[in-house]
Structure formats: C-alpha cells, structure tokens
Design a protein around this ligand. Structure first.
Ligand code: SF4
Ligand code: SF4
Length: 161
C-alpha cells in the first residue's frame, strides 16, 4: 500500500478526535504509555513505516501483525499513526460486508471512553474513522491488513477460560 493511500486515510479523519475536548486529560493519555513491561505500542499499517520516516519520539519494534511503534514521549501529533488516530475504535465488517468500526476490546483496560461505547464518542469522529478504514480497504494489501487486525482484536474478546 503506498504512502498516498495512508495519507488519504489521515485526511479522512482530519483533526477529529474521539471527543470534542481532549480526552487525554481524562486518563493522562493512557493509550500513549507503554505497559508495565515497557512493551505495548501501535501496529503500523502497510506503508506507514515509510510514511513515518525518522521518528524521534519512539522506537520501531517487531509486532504480531507488522512493525509497531512504541512511544517514549509525546509524538509529533500530525505524524501519529492511523492506529492512534482511530483509537479507541477498531475495524469490523458490517452486515453489508463493508468495513465499519466498533469499540476496541483492548480499550477496556485503559480507556475511560470504553464504558460508554461507540455511542458516547463524537459521531463525526466515528464516521470519519469508518471512512478512513474504507480508504485503506480500497487497497488489497490494506484490506488484508484490516482482516488481520480484526482477527487479532477478536482474540482480546475471548474469555480467558
Ligand atoms: S485512553 Fe481513551 S480517553 Fe485516554 S487518550 Fe486514549 S482514547 Fe482518549
Ligand atoms: S504516536 Fe502519539 S498518539 Fe500514538 S501512542 Fe505515540 S504518543 Fe500516543
């Protein structure tokens, strides 16, 4: 997937964020902090590693799906990856077969917005996140990545026993 597709996905989201106010103030930006093991990060969509270029605020490590960005400080906001831009949403196929969004199961552990569900988020953000993922899905490599992302996120929905 080339960089222009990921840039179109970023443009679909524009400056929209989950809330009209800075939700990072609710949780001290919990989704930007590594977990207790110093791990955790955001998977990079196809083409994002190249689009990201030099990244002074974090390191790139191997991840289950793709390279991951693990942040060590605040990012240059305009350069944050798509996974950060859509969080706490995650891709899922709707009944029509088109990609849409739902609350990411991984948000339950750290995001105060998870409790109120998708309906508690700014509707314009929800629509824009869906549109951004549909831009990604136009590209076969992007669509295959969405499938893998979806299956990984499904794992977090399974009961542990
Ligand atoms: S954890 Fe949730 S509420 Fe906190 S900054 Fe991330 S998206 Fe916003
Ligand atoms: S790139 Fe920015 S928004 Fe994403 S986890 Fe790092 S600091 Fe947070």
């Amino acid at each position: 997937m080339d960089a222009s597709t990921i840039m179109r996905a970023y443009a679909a989201l524009g400056d929209l964020t989950p809330m009209l106010t800075d939700c990072g103030l609710l949780c001290s930006a919990a989704c930007c902090r590594p977990d207790e093991d110093g791990q955790g990060g955001v998977h990079l969509f196809p083409g994002e590693r190249a689009a990201l270029g030099d990244c002074a605020w974090g390191r790139i490590v191997p991840g289950g799906l793709a390279p991951m960005l693990v942040c060590e400080g605040p990012c240059e906001r305009d350069r944050r990856p798509l996974g950060c831009r859509i969080f706490p949403l995650t891709p899922v196929r709707g009944r029509s077969g088109k990609w849409t969004v739902r609350m990411d199961a991984r948000a339950r552990a750290m995001c105060p917005l998870a409790r109120s569900g998708v309906g508690g988020l700014d509707p314009a953000f929800v629509r824009a996140a869906r549109d951004a993922l549909r831009v990604v899905a136009e590209d076969p490599e992007g669509e295959a990545f969405l499938e893998r992302w979806f299956h990984l996120e499904e794992e977090y929905r399974r009961p542990l026993w």
